[in-house]
Write a protein that binds this ligand. Structure first.
Ligand code: CP
Length: 360
């Protein structure tokens, strides 16, 4: 099954050479923004945000306006016909007939992929539940390229809510494609990185270790990627309360870090980085958010410039089995095909929408 348009659902759908071209273009735009101020004249971008956002939504909107284009969309589905029960299929079908490019954020894994099946324009995944956030990853890669001058040979610590953090899932998948990167996962046992991400890291030839405290890892890092404990992904307040405040980066811990380590965070922050760390020249998270505009400008130009269709639903379709992940879009929107990719092992299937594995 093919879509007629180029989509960005998961960076892994593209070769590394494609991402590096986008990042290089992002750097060019950062250095000479006025050269690109008419790159999208006459184009319209729709932002469909079913879940709250500050950076992603506004940086996409800023990016399109700075390219000469215009924007439509909603940031609260309660103010749209979603509140009357309209499906993703119908909403994206209609909005994609108004816009040239569609950006979607949704609380359910696989929602952007579902939108791409029926949209009559390119679709960009701006975060789907706890699954993936590829444009944050482009932002993070651009930040590393500018601030560390390389995407290889780095020791990257990721700290906090690694099970629910779509930003760290996407970033691990991406950075493990570059040579000699090593990951140190800093989390409680309950919030560990999902096994499927660890399998991808190993398959790509990168290495990882898992530790419980920031103190035992921070001195070895080139990059510390802090994350928020995501209250909205926990099934109860009690479970969240057991995890919150576990990791707090403060000036005392920064004294254990190398002089050239940089601190990234996709933001929003709650209390995992104390505000006095903001004054440290190694704190790069506000700069990172600023670079997000350049990364998204580069992505919009690339997506609108490419006519090559993306192949979708390459896997075999099993109508008789369903995905076991209750937070998979196929369990929320009943018309979607139950589609799985074979992992090579006939008994192990991977959901094409949310990557959840299923034994049959
Ligand atoms: N980093 C990020 O996705 O931030 P928002 O949720 O504010 O978009």
């Amino acid at each position: 099954m093919f879509s007629d348009y180029q989509h960005l659902i998961d960076l892994s759908d593209y070769p590394v050479s494609w991402w590096t071209k986008v990042i290089e273009l992002g750097e060019k735009i950062k250095n000479n923004p006025s050269d690109f101020s008419h790159a999208c004249d006459g184009k319209i971008m729709a932002t469909l945000f079913y879940e709250p956002s500050t950076r992603t939504q506004m940086s996409f909107q800023t990016a399109m306006i700075r390219l000469g284009g215009q924007i439509i969309g909603f940031d609260n589905p309660a103010n749209s016909s979603v509140s009357k029960g309209e499906t993703i299929k119908d909403t994206t079908k209609i909005v994609s007939s108004y816009a040239d490019i569609l950006v979607i954020r949704h609380p359910v894994a696989g929602a952007a992929k579902a939108a791409s099946l029926t949209a009559d324009c390119s679709v960009i995944n701006a975060g789907d539940g706890g699954h993936l956030h590829p444009t944050q990853t482009l932002t993070d890669l651009l930040t590393l390229k500018i601030e560390k001058k390389t995407l290889s040979g780095l020791t990257i610590g990721m700290c906090g809510d690694l099970i629910n953090g779509r930003t760290v899932h996407s970033l691990c998948k991406a950075l493990s494609m570059f040579e000699n990167n090593k990951f140190i996962f800093i989390s409680t046992p309950e919030l560990r990185m999902p096994q499927y991400i660890k399998d991808i890291i190993k398959a790509n030839g990168s290495t990882f270790e898992e530790v419980n405290t920031l103190e035992e890892a921070i001195g070895n890092l080139d990059v510390l990627y802090m994350t928020r404990i995501q209250q909205e992904r926990f099934s109860s307040v009690e479970e969240y309360n057991l995890q919150k405040n576990t990791y707090v980066l403060d000036r005392k811990k920064m004294m254990l870090a190398r002089k050239d380590m940089i601190v990234l965070h996709p933001l929003p922050r709650v209390d995992e980085i104390t505000v006095d760390v903001d004054e440290d020249s190694r704190a790069m998270y506000f700069t990172q958010a600023k670079y997000g505009v350049f990364a998204r400008m580069a992505l919009i130009i690339t997506m609108l410039g490419e006519k090559k269709p993306t192949e979708l639903l390459k896997g075999r379709i099993y109508h008789s089995v369903k995905c076991d992940n209750p937070n998979c879009i196929t369990n929320h929107e009943g018309y979607l095909p139950k589609s799985f990719l074979s992992s090579g092992d006939e008994t192990l299937l991977e959901c094409e929408f949310c990557d959840e594995r299923k034994l049959i």
